[in-house]
Design a protein around this ligand. Structure first.
Ligand code: DAH
Length: 344
């Protein structure tokens, strides 16, 4: 009697226990190849009596099929394990620290411009802009500074041609705004922007700097409104508790003209190096819009009055952030700029 079932058992056990694809292939060769054990069984068929041959042949065929199926199944299983293992090995370790980009910070001039704008937008002001390459007409003539007026010497100017220049002050925008209003009142605006002057650069001067112009025109506007408005601005930029005072001054486009001082935010008015011992710091120029300026814009100065002011943004930023040299604001040293991170 040829023992098929023990061969079957033995083969199935070995297949089941196979550890890898290679040993599985060895088993396939051992059992199913031409010289394999199943083929050997076939060879033995010759020794059997004729009537047993078909049944035996069928059994051997079944065994062959069974082992083929078992080998295939095991192969799939092993390949699956292999895949799982390689997936495990190739897993991306997402717990690693990601690259953290270094964030930029707002420039101190941007911070100060935004603080001024926020303050006035909160009071219902509009924001207007104008060209940096400006006509002499708006920069000077409409501001009550005719061609031969000595006040032109107050602001050394970069001329492009006799009638075109780089604006020396944001007052030029004020003149455009007044003209564009076509007499429609009231006007309540701030105008921020860059301005240019033929100054030599040093710790407190720059040939290019920034200003914000303020303008309010309507019925019954007085110097008291100007003072209240500027006090509100100082409170919101430097914190409550700073006093302001008006000093008589001269600007061709305002009458009366005043320069505005704020009590020193460093020493509280006692006197220190920031306020040069005086307790006061000059912060801006302002006044009541000159009747000539209103007239030139087609506004009746008998009916309407207005106040205006012009403030240097660098100056306020330097005071607020304790910057000693205006050039630091333009040389873009990243270490300097990063120091303002906590004001963002
Ligand atoms: N334009 C002046 C300057 O640049 C500043 C200024 C003074 C603006 C008085 C005004 C003002 O609107 O009323 O020096």
């Amino acid at each position: 009697m040829i023992d098929i079932s023990s061969l079957e058992k033995e083969a199935l056990t070995l297949i089941k226990e196979a550890k890898d694809v290679k040993s599985l292939e060895e088993l396939r060769l051992a059992y199913l190849s031409k010289k394999g054990k199943v083929q050997e069984l076939m060879a033995k068929m010759r020794e059997l009596p004729k009537e047993e041959k078909p049944a035996f042949g069928q059994k051997v065929n079944e065994l062959k099929n069974e082992l083929t199926t078992a080998l295939k199944a095991k192969e799939e299983e092993l390949k699956g394990d292999l895949l799982k293992e390689s997936l495990k090995k190739e897993k991306i370790d997402i717990s690693l620290d990601a690259y953290t980009p270094s964030y930029g910070t707002l420039h101190p001039l941007t911070l100060m411009s935004q603080a001024i704008e926020d303050c006035f937008i909160g009071l219902g002001y509009q924001v207007a802009e104008g060209p940096e390459v400006e006509l002499d007409y708006y920069n000077f003539e409409k501001a009550n500074i005719p061609k031969v007026h000595p006040a032109r010497d107050m602001q050394y100017t970069f001329y492009i041609d006799p009638s075109t220049l780089l604006r020396t002050h944001t007052t030029a925008i004020q003149m455009r705004v007044l003209e564009k209003a076509h007499g429609k009142m009231p006007i309540k605006l701030i105008c921020p922007g860059k301005v240019y002057r033929r100054d030599n650069d040093d710790a407190t001067h720059s040939h290019q700097f920034m200003q914000v112009e303020g303008l309010v025109v309507g019925e019954g506007i007085t110097l008291a409104d100007l003072k209240g408005t500027l006090q509100f601005m100082v409170d919101s930029l430097f914190g409550k508790g700073r006093a302001i005072r008006f000093r008589p001054s001269y600007f061709p486009f305002t009458e009366p003209s005043v320069e505005v001082d704020m009590s020193c935010h460093v020493c509280g008015g006692k006197g220190c190096s920031t306020c040069k011992g005086t307790g006061w710091i000059e912060i801006l120029g302002s006044g009541m819009v000159h009747p000539n300026v209103l007239k030139m814009a087609g506004i009746d100065p008998q009916k309407y009055t207005g106040f205006a002011f012009g403030v240097g943004i660098e100056r306020l930023a330097m005071l607020k952030y304790g910057i000693k040299d205006i050039r630091d604001l333009y040389t873009n040293d990243i270490r300097f700029l990063k120091a303002f991170k906590h004001f963002d």
